[in-house]
Design a protein around this ligand. Structure first.
Ligand SMILES: N[C@@H](CCC(=O)N[C@@H](CS)C(=O)NCC(=O)O)C(=O)O
Length: 234
């Protein structure tokens, strides 16, 4: 790493996890550079542990995983804090963060890859950012790889109408947890919970998945949360 003081976020903002970290850095007013990886080798170089994005260069260290990265950012720059000082609220914020990353994410993926019209669009988007030489391989492998992961996780086995109904119910539950708002648990300041849910809502609210867009639109409290976070992190 050339400059120990420079913060570099490696990843594409099309990833909900990169967007979560991007907004966290903006919230803390930390100057940083965004570097887009071009190949899987790039991902592995920046994150040899899991090979996924995001990765972050911070204080001469190479960090991985959006959750670990936000924790490290809180230690590096404690203000504004990303977890409540109240231990019960902080515990709930952590669980919402983990649920958004590990469960809600798969709804976005299943809507993209198991509904044929969406899968066509998702593949086009995937192929368009791949290096030209690799495009035929990506076209062949990406749908198989994605579908097998989503099936193994479970959401990929659900019929589309059930998937959308469940998603809608989960989003309604999130609205209850926002309470009087503007952020989760009726707080004035966003936390790791708001950042993680924001990333996933942005992934669902995409023209690639019209069902995701319509479901998010059913819950204005969620779109309001996103707009507030947008304003604070612009
Ligand atoms: N738990 C990880 C998940 C990151 C993740 O799944 N990133 C996806 C992009 S949205 C990725 O890099 N996938 C590439 C791969 O699986 O090889 C985090 O929070 O950072």
């Amino acid at each position: 790493m050339a400059d120990q003081h420079k913060i570099v976020l490696h990843g594409s903002r099309r990833s909900p996890f990169v967007e979560k970290v991007y907004r966290g850095l903006m919230l803390k007013r930390l100057p940083f550079e965004l570097h887009e990886p071009h190949t899987f080798q790039d991902l592995r170089r920046h994150n040899p542990t899991t090979g996924k994005m995001p990765a972050l260069e911070l204080d001469g260290q190479l960090l991985f995983d959006s959750t670990f990265i936000l924790r490290a950012l809180d230690a590096h720059q404690p203000s504004p804090p990303l977890l409540s000082a109240d231990p019960l609220i902080a515990a709930q914020q952590r669980l919402i963060e983990d649920w958004a990353d590990e469960s809600l994410y798969w709804y976005g993926l299943a809507l993209r890859w198991t509904i044929p019209a969406n899968a066509k669009r998702a593949l086009q988007a995937f192929v368009s950012v791949a290096p030209r030489l690799l495009r035929p391989l990506v076209k062949l492998m990406a749908p198989r790889l994605m579908r097998s992961q989503i099936r193994a996780q479970g959401t990929g086995r659900l019929p589309a109408d059930l998937l959308v109904r469940e998603l809608d119910g989960h989003l309604a539950a999130l609205v209850k947890m926002i309470g009087r708002g503007p952020f989760f648990f009726g707080l004035d300041q966003p936390s790791v919970a708001d950042l993680a849910v924001y990333g996933q809502l942005f992934f669902l609210y995409d023209k690639a998945t019209p069902e995701g867009q319509a479901t998010v639109e059913n819950h204005p409290a969620l779109t309001e949360l996103c707009l507030r976070l947008d304003v604070m992190t612009d």
